[in-house]
Design a protein around this ligand. Structure first.
Ligand SMILES: NC(=O)c1ccc[n+]([C@@H]2O[C@H](COP(=O)([O-])OP(=O)(O)OC[C@H]3O[C@@H](n4cnc5c(N)ncnc54)[C@H](OP(=O)(O)O)[C@@H]3O)[C@@H](O)[C@H]2O)c1
Length: 284
């Protein structure tokens, strides 16, 4: 861990001061979460980074502390377990970090799958509900309480371009993202009077560890850094952001399209992105 070099002492930029000193990022061992943790450290926040792969988290925390001179603490937790969020909050306490000092929480941990639901492994699909929805609910609930008590805070949840309608060949993943989109919108309206902002990030395809785990092929994809920049630029705001060209193109074009047609268009796109079953079998 780094020598404590509090960003509160250093002084966060005025815009972020009410949100500091600590930012929490789940799903920080890869992709968007890792890029967002780096961007928040650059913005002066101390960082708690969470995922299952402790070696990657530890390397990231050491890098962040050395490059940005902030405190960085890795916490390994499996958020797919029922008790995952509780394990995380206990570990936070053991690290001596008060939950009340977390002003920004980026809940990026998540994964997807492709292919017909009837062919999928039900255990994996159930795990997806637990990670993408259950853990997000439990962590949002706990953090909403502490942020409301301090009268300031920023929750950042992850929807997706697939979360605005049903999509064949990624039906369950899309449904988890529709849940998060709706949760974020409702929570944002609920918490506005408390000084707590809730942002939903709805990216299109992003080149990260996501595609390999989901068995997906992405032709055009944005970068995790692009998403991270959009998040740090939106701190202190509620609403939905659509980082990247494709999410804007799809999102704004489809917004006025009748929902059944949207389902057909997006399902065709998803069929193209689902790796063919025999290739999936070879890769397994
Ligand atoms: N990439 C895209 O195209 C895209 C598009 C739209 C939305 N999103 C959303 O963006 C978010 C970030 O995705 P990404 O692209 O950065 O994917 P990624 O590179 O695969 O990263 C996913 C992160 O989630 C963590 N994670 C997965 N299962 C976990 C568990 N059971 N417990 C704790 N952590 C877990 C992983 O860490 P460990 O494996 O070490 O646990 C990893 O750090 C996700 O919510 C995803 O649904 C992604």
């Amino acid at each position: 861990m780094s020598e404590p070099h509090s960003s509160a002492r250093q002084g966060l930029p005025r815009r972020n001061a009410a949100l500091g000193p600590w930012a929490l990022v789940t799903g920080a061992s890869d992709g968007i979460g890792a890029a967002t943790a780096r961007a928040l450290a650059e913005a002066g926040f101390d960082l708690v980074v969470v995922a299952r792969r402790n070696d990657r988290l530890t390397a990231l925390a050491e890098e962040i502390a050395a490059v940005h001179r902030v405190r960085a603490v890795p916490i390994a937790a499996d958020l797919g377990r029922r008790a995952g969020a509780g394990v995380f909050f206990r570990a936070l306490d053991e690290e001596g970090i008060a939950q009340a000092d977390i002003g920004v929480a980026v809940l990026a941990a998540g994964f997807g799958s492709t292919g017909a639901l009837a062919d999928a492994d039900i255990g994996t699909e159930r795990d997806m509900l637990d990670v993408n929805c259950g853990a997000v609910l439990e962590m949002s609930h706990a953090l909403a309480r502490s942020m409301r008590a301090r009268g300031a805070g920023q929750l950042v949840l992850f929807g997706s371009v697939v979360g605005f309608q049903g999509n064949a060949f990624t039906a369950n993943y899309s449904a988890t993202k529709a849940y998060v989109q709706s949760l974020a919108e409702g929570l944002a309206a609920e918490m506005r009077p408390d000084g707590v902002h809730v942002l939903c990030v709805a990216p299109g395809p992003v080149a990260s560890g996501f595609a390999a785990r989901a068995g997906m092929t992405m032709g055009q994809a944005g970068t995790p850094e692009e998403v991270a920049r959009a998040i740090t630029a939106a701190l202190g705001r509620s609403g939905t952001i659509r980082p990247g060209f494709l999410s804007k193109l799809l999102g704004y074009n489809l917004a006025l399209t009748p929902r059944p047609l949207r389902v057909r268009i997006m399902s065709r796109i998803m069929r193209g992105m689902a790796a063919p079953p025999d290739r999936k079998r070879q890769e397994a």
